[in-house]
Design a protein around this ligand. Structure first.
Ligand SMILES: Nc1nc2c(c(=O)[nH]1)N=C([C@H](O)[C@H](O)COP(=O)(O)OP(=O)(O)OP(=O)(O)O)CN2
Length: 140
């Protein structure tokens, strides 16, 4: 096999639990109920986040990045902030942005896009709120 450093993609999945509700700040509880139905009430989900990372495989270690390092980054940038949170109460960004699956994907993407070493590119973030509902950002 050639001795150059091939470019590969590495995937990892993390989970966190959080509560949220859909409410527009300028609307009354009744208006929010009309607009968002039952989702205007606080409810929780076990979210699944799948990340795609791309980079050259270091021929000595056989890794794009040591998974241990990925776990440390995810703990600091995602889990410590989102896990067991009430999204729009605890995290300032979600006071201005409805805590939908789409916006959670954007939040995770922005938290992580500069968190990895320069040789590693974050190419995708997929957030699943339920088995039937997810959102994905691809940066390819
Ligand atoms: N485009 C989006 N639409 C909705 C989102 C979202 O993030 N993006 N989110 C919701 C709610 O959070 C809801 O909880 C989603 O889960 P769902 O399975 O649809 O609803 P339930 O858990 O209540 O399950 P039921 O089968 O309806 O009882 C809504 N829309």
């Amino acid at each position: 096999m050639e001795n150059s450093n091939p470019i590969l993609e590495l995937y990892t999945r993390i989970t966190f639990s959080a509560a949220h509700s859909y409410r527009d700040k300028d609307k009354s509880p009744e208006e929010n109920r009309r607009k968002y139905g039952k989702y205007s009430r606080v409810h929780g989900h076990n979210y699944e986040v799948t990340l795609g990372l791309r980079g050259p495989v270091d021929m000595q270690s056989g890794m794009i990045i040591n998974f241990f390092e990925v776990e440390q980054i995810l703990k600091e940038k995602i889990i410590s902030i989102l896990h067991i949170s009430h999204l729009e109460e605890d995290i300032p960004w979600f006071r201005e942005h409805l805590p939908t699956t789409e916006n959670i994907s954007l939040f995770v993407y922005h938290q992580l896009k500069r968190a990895f070493p320069p040789s590693v590119t974050l190419i995708s973030v997929e957030v699943r709120e339920t088995p039937d509902l997810g959102a994905k950002i691809s940066n390819e």
